[in-house]
Write a protein that binds this ligand. Structure first.
Ligand code: URA
Length: 220
């Protein structure tokens, strides 16, 4: 049902909240029991979308020059107030979470919460044992900013899984630049235990399952 149809049904007295006819055109109800023509309806206040971002799209609601991740959402996913929770660079691929739950996004992104994200990182040069130790101690960026400890698990000499709990602008590229290396490909695999669905092709999205939402909500 569209918003307009819902408003018409409310005006016609067909919608009840906790058994009482809904009086105004307001669509803002919280945890109440909503029914249409006496039948309970599933009411969703928040939306959580997992997108497999391809390279070449920016994580913004609008952009005058580039395609945005919202261009990838099918029409029935295009809801008001959606935003990207934790942006990726234009050339980065992988997991993007899109939601309208600002409070959850705040918790996931707040630096003091230490929410870990995992990235598969490909580098121009090999990553040494000393680099790994420096990452664990916390890298000092070229502009003087200090990063929190980051954990790199090598999977090849110039490729591995990096776990970080921050999201500064171009953070991973800047961390490896400070080590004299260069990121040549970057892919986000997970955010706080929410892992990119391997069955989701690049450019496609799906809603999170209830279990995935519960797991994200577990951030204190
Ligand atoms: N760090 C970066 O440098 N780029 C991203 O897109 C994400 C993390």
């Amino acid at each position: 049902m569209t918003r307009t149809e819902a408003k018409k049904a409310i005006s016609a007295g067909r919608v009840t909240v906790n058994g009482e006819a809904m009086k105004t055109g307001s669509l803002h109800v919280n945890e109440d029991t909503v029914a249409l023509d006496g039948q309970p309806v599933c009411y969703r206040r928040f939306f959580y979308i997992m997108l497999h971002k391809p390279a070449g799209y920016v994580c913004a609601n609008r952009d005058s020059r580039s395609k945005t991740v919202f261009d990838l959402l099918p029409a029935d996913y295009q809801k008001k107030d959606l935003f990207v929770c934790g942006r990726l660079d234009k050339d980065t691929t992988g997991l993007v979470l899109i939601t309208n739950n600002g409070e959850l996004a705040h918790r996931l992104l707040a630096p003091k919460k230490d929410v870990f994200k995992e990235y598969l990182v490909t580098l121009r040069d090999k990553v040494s044992e000393e680099d790994i130790q420096l990452l664990e101690k916390g890298i000092l960026l070229r502009d003087g900013l200090h990063c929190k400890p980051a954990f790199f698990e090598p999977m090849a000499s110039n490729y591995g899984l990096l776990r970080i709990s921050e999201g500064k602008f171009h953070q991973i590229k800047r961390m490896f630049a400070a080590l004299g290396n260069e990121v040549t490909a970057l892919h986000r695999r997970s955010i706080h235990g929410l892992t990119l669905d391997p069955a989701l092709p690049e450019g496609k999205c799906r809603y999170l399952t209830d279990q995935e939402i519960i797991s994200l909500e577990s951030v204190e």
